[in-house]
Design a protein around this ligand. Sequence first.
Ligand code: GCO
Length: 462
Amino acid sequence: MKNDLSFSADKLQPLMSDDFVFGVATSAYQIEGASRAGGRTDSVWDTFCRLNGSIAKSATGEAACDSYFRWRDDLELLVELGVGAYRFSISWSRILPDVSGALNQEGLDYYIGLADALRRRGIRPMVTLHHWDLPQYLQDKGGWQNRETAYGFADYAQAVAIGLGSSVDFYTTINEPWCIVSLGHRSGVHAPGLRDEEAANAVTHHLLLAHGLAIQALRDHAPRAQLGIVLNGGPSLPLSDSEADIDAAGLFESEQIHRYASPILRGEYPDEFVPPVGRYVQRGDLEIISEPCDYLGWNYYTRNVVRRGDNGSPEIVAADDYPQTDMGWEIYPDGLRQVCSVLQRNYDLPPLYVTENGAAFQDTLADNVVHDPERIRYIQQHLDVIADMIASGVDIRGYICWTLLDNFEWAEGYSKRFGLVHVDFDTQVRTMKDSGKAFAELNATKARLAAGCNERRTDAAR
Ligand code: GCO
């Protein structure tokens, strides 16, 4: 297997354009650790991790990658990777640690320092306001089931925007509402661990309302930043040609994609959600939710193979028609094209960014190296698809790889390694994997080409 990322000239050209950015992503709870430092209080994930049996090997994010304290080292890794953007999230309970709503300046200063340092190194900060770590004091008042949480989120967005303002290039309101709804409130495998369909309906609407209110607050206080949301999902394909499976796949697509994309991009819930979710809608909400975004972030990992389950609901089948990652997810790069064409068929889209894509494999560290040709191949295959899509006219502006560091992979604890950089969780030693080196090489090529272009431009101007 090949150990670099290389492209034919026609594919290289769109990826090397100045309008296309390469980056890496992380999230606060997955890397920061320092769960009790700097005035931070518990989030729902701290609580969830304490529940017996919720996380593989009873792991927690208490220490994670210790990036709160080691952020300068991690910044050097970003510089070594040569990325143009770094997507990270802010821990809400570091900024507003208690129910009084008082600002914790120390928490805010941490992120101001990080954003400034990134900018000095020429890396564009992409800030996610909510990557699943709702403050526990808000969960105690009903969490996302409580409409008030949406207004609380707008206050938090405002506090961040006043602190970081336009020194941040991109703000994302919420990461993957589908996961919060379906994994957090329906199947209960993520925090807060509920299995409650009615809760899932209320949470859907309040998350979207929170998104719209936050866009308004960000527009006021960070007028130069690009604002958007990150949704996720793959194409939903029926297990068989039976009408039952085809219907189930359609329903699942609607559940995962249109339930969120339609209110945001069209200002209406799809018909099938009007009775269940619609009862939480108040006058004016849909206008707020459909405030125009500057971009849409999409996280893509795999496809969904769907059948009609015994109870009549769509059921995801663990398909294995294609090689799988260590998550048991099929490697199916064309799914990214398929899901984008679903979006294009249904909506008038703002520019797209692939805000997450990456793969877990069982890496081994030996003699200070990690050979991970499967991860390189995974990234290569998805970038090939993206290059083709851009060439065919899809407006994709960036590829943000998941993820910088091996980290706390939610319910899987530390058992799944997605990083371009290996982390030894006993010593916190970081080691660039071969995939990281390949990504760095690609970024170096991009930088060389950009420098060459600038030189030519300067010459032409003389
Ligand atoms: C996700 C999450 C990440 C995960 C990644 C791999 O947005 O789903 O953003 O936190 O770690 O997707 O499962």
